[in-house]
Structures are given as structure tokens and as C-alpha cells.
Write a protein that binds this ligand. Structure first.
Ligand SMILES: [Zn+2]
Length: 241
């Protein structure tokens, strides 16, 4: 029973991603008469959902810095703004924690608290923080999504986005992973996840992350993963007029 369910889930997710890839082709190659607008099923899945897109770092806090000088805060903002724009196109209410190169408070700690506060105040259903990774070794690369250990919804969302990143970017086989002791992930009651878009410590990936076309592809993969996650959720039907 559980296997059948899991398999069906996977296939449906695959279809959503396939539909999204068609949309991607439309965006990249230009409009085709048969696909002028997002498919109704994709659009409906996100309609009225409030989603926080959090561009990590900003202002005094650059985040990681690549060997070539690329700042994580800039990559995070560029990808976040693209994700936000795509989500709005299909009717989601998107709250961005920042839309400019600025911190949300004067200290790192207060800045993080403020991001969580924003999600609580707007009663968001999802909190997605966009980040880029950096470690001492140069060879590691690939986008990876993290969720709070024990969060089934967070795991579902993360796996959905991870699968989409794998299919769209075609350069990683990383798997979504649980993580502990991350304030924004643990503090919020809603599914709250971290998308590490790649490694600034890998020179090749640093160059990709700074490239606007790659930023758009990454954003599109994240968007598709969110759509795919929602398309698997039961649709709430209201009896109110
Ligand atoms: Zn970061």
C-alpha cells in the first residue's frame, strides 16, 4: 500500500515537473500559440497561498564570498526575486523579506528574528530561505534543500524542490536532507526550508550562480518544486458562497 502510494506520488510529481519544463521551454524559447498561459492546474495549486521568500543575508552581512568575489547576498536576492515573480504569476501572495541589498536589523541575531517575525505576521503557509553554500574544499558543488528533522511537510516540500533542481539544472544528484539547530527552520510552525542554491566555494559554480540565466533556471526549478508540492496537497473546498 505504502509503496503504491509513494510511486503514484512520484509519478504525479514527475508530471508537474514535465508540465513545468514545457513552460520553461516557452519562457526560454518564446511564446507558442498552444501554450500562452500557465496551465490552469498549475495556477490553481498556488492561488491564494501566502509564501515567504527570504533572500538570506544582505546589507552589512554579505554571507559567503566566492574566490572570484561573488557575494552570497547578491546571489540570494537575484534568485529570490525571480522565484517571487514566478509565484506571483500563478496567483500566490508572496512576501519577500527583502527586495534590496539591506539587512533587516543592525545585528545578525536581530536580523534573523525579524525574518521569522515577518513570516508569523503575514500568516504564511511556507517559508523558503534562499542561500548559497561555502566550505573550505573547492570540489563540492550542487544545490541542496534542507528541512527541519521530523517535519513531514517540510520534507515533502524539500524533496519536491530537490527533484526539480535535479531535473532542471541537470548538474546534481544531491538529496534533500534534514537539518537541526537552524533558527528559521525550527522556530516556525509552518514548513520552513533552506534552499542552498550551490557552492560559492566551487569556482565553476560561483560563476554559474552569478549568471543571470542560471539564476533564472534555479528560480524556475524552485518554483516548479513548490507547484509540484501543492499539486499533491488536497484542494480545500469551501462551502461558503
Ligand atoms: Zn547563507
Amino acid at each position: 500500500m505504502i509503496f503504491g502510494w509513494r510511486r503514484r506520488k512520484k509519478r504525479r510529481r514527475g508530471w508537474a515537473v514535465a508540465g513545468g519544463l514545457l513552460l520553461l521551454a516557452v519562457l526560454v524559447l518564446g511564446p507558442r500559440p498552444q501554450a500562452e498561459a500557465p496551465q490552469p492546474a498549475l495556477a490553481l495549486a498556488l492561488l491564494g497561498k501566502t509564501i515567504v521568500i527570504d533572500a538570506g543575508h544582505g546589507g552589512f552581512d554579505p554571507g559567503a564570498i566566492g574566490a572570484g568575489g561573488v557575494l552570497e547576498k547578491d546571489v540570494n536576492l537575484a534568485i529570490s526575486q525571480r522565484v517571487a515573480a514566478l509565484l506571483r504569476q500563478v496567483g500566490a501572495t508572496v512576501v519577500e523579506t527583502r527586495t534590496a541589498d539591506e539587512a533587516l536589523a543592525e545585528s545578525k541575531r536581530a536580523d534573523i528574528y525579524r525574518r521569522v517575525e515577518i513570516a508569523e505576521q503575514c500568516q504564511a503557509e511556507l517559508f523558503i530561505t534562499i542561500q548559497a553554500n561555502s566550505i573550505p574544499q573547492q570540489q563540492y558543488r550542487g544545490a541542496q534543500v534542507f528541512y527541519a528533522a521530523g517535519s513531514t511537510e517540510g520534507q515533502g516540500l524539500s524533496e519536491s524542490i530537490q527533484q526539480s533542481l535535479g531535473q532542471v539544472l541537470q548538474n546534481t544528484t544531491r538529496q534533500a536532507k534534514s537539518i537541526e539547530n537552524i533558527y528559521v527552520v525550527n522556530k516556525l510552525a509552518i514548513p520552513s526550508i533552506v534552499v542552498e542554491c550551490g557552492f560559492l566555494s566551487n569556482p565553476e559554480e560561483e560563476a554559474l550562480l552569478a549568471d543571470s540565466r542560471y539564476q533564472q533556471l534555479t528560480a524556475y526549478a524552485i518554483f516548479l518544486g513548490i507547484v509540484s508540492y501543492y499539486s499533491e496537497q488536497p484542494v480545500a473546498v469551501s462551502s461558503e458562497p
